[in-house]
Design a protein around this ligand. Sequence first.
Ligand code: ATP
Ligand code: MG
Ligand code: MG
Ligand code: MG
Length: 482
Amino acid sequence: PIFTVADIRKTFLDFFESKGHTVVASSPLVPGNDPTLMFTNSGMVQFKDVFLGEDKRPYVRATSVQACLRAGGKHNDLENVGYTARHHTFFEMLGNWSFGDYFKRESLKWGWELLTQVFKLPADKLLATVYHEDDEAYDIWTKEIGLPPERVIRIGDNKGGKYKSDNFWMMADTGPCGPCSEIFYDHGPHIPGGPPGSPEEDGDRFIEIWNHVFMQFDMKEDGSVVKLPAPCVDTGMGLERLAAILQHVHSNYEIDLFDALIKAAARETGCTDLANPSLKVIADHIRATSFLVSDGVVPSNEGRGYVQRRIIRRAIRHGYKLGRKKPFFHKLVADLVALMGAAYPRLQAQAQHITDTLKAEEERFYETLANGMDILDTALAGGQKTLPGEVAFKLHDTYGFPLDLTQDVCRERDVTVDEAGFNAAMERQKAAGRAAGKFKMERAVEYAGAGNVFTGYEHLQEAAKVVALYHEGAAVQQLAQG
Ligand code: ATP
Ligand code: MG
Ligand code: MG
Ligand code: MG
């Protein structure tokens, strides 16, 4: 290929540096001190407070290549991986920012210049969208840049929810937001899909590559918007999507980096069909989970750690589907580090720790995976189209199958999981836990009352039992509440 992912990163940053931007390093996947956000889902996250006027930087123009994760929260692409050509959980976002400096005109014109003159994309395959009321952006595209009007599409904020398109970008339910203008690439009529704003837009023919957000508002919790101290620009372009175009392939999963990861996944799973979607899932998930560990997120049963656990277990299940009956996933860490370690030193530095963490989680899940899969297979053996919530809950509770993992298996077989039934079973168990905890507490208090007076050795033994019982009760209650 002419442009490797490494070439693209450098070309992008050099271009914006030549336009007066300061190159800023990628920030961690766990946003510092921001409870509204689970993971860094775009390049602007580390600049959130700058937009809000609560933080000042020594520059008003910045550019970066940001490691992003979209698995949980407002932007969640976990369910798209393995199904679309353009979505990852972990991906790299190329971005440029103006903090109260330039606005729409410069942003769109530089974007066009970079794509058509530096990367030399064919102009006639590019389309743009604008926010339906944004005549200014529409005029810049049609009159100043010269895109034919039929290739500039006005899109609303999707309040009616007709199609998925949405040209009002928000980081999360609250925070900086604004109307946006997006650049799409037409991969050609041989691929199913329609232009943005059409009923077929969900296909992968017209792929969105670059979003230019005109940050003007701060969305408050009650849904009201407050003007930012100054209008700003926030852009984001998916590195892998641009690489696909530049390397003359359609899918992100065919670019240089993914080609290597997919081959590594094939080697470790013994799968010989390189187009198998499970290999894509494994290749995607090794990136997400390795970067998560390198940023301090280890598997656990809550919050970010549970997202991490879910992604790891999904990957392992796909390996199992390909016939791997023992840990394999952690062996891909070395391949990933060889591919991305130079660009991300923190990945390189923690290679061993990442390998150990993934391996431990694999060993743990392999203890119950086969039995869980047997139960699932048996439950679906009759050709049912719905998996009872009770079964999904048992898989969750006893076999460590997160609900989304069970759903992932079921989706492959055209089966839906009774989620309401799953939640009801979960609630029943919590209530039972609370009742058991309460009962044990009461008995412990009774015993403790009787044991107040020392009457010899037997009572000491009794007291020890009481203490144990008391702790057990408290633990059960804690579990039930947690
Ligand atoms: P899509 O509509 O394709 O899901 P998006 O509108 O959710 O993309 P934005 O939030 O506008 O994406 O993010 C800016 C850019 O980041 C996108 O134009 C795209 O190039 C890239 N991008 C977004 N999500 C992903 C993903 N899951 N994997 C790879 N690249 C992505
Ligand atoms: Mg999206
Ligand atoms: Mg979009
Ligand atoms: Mg977008």
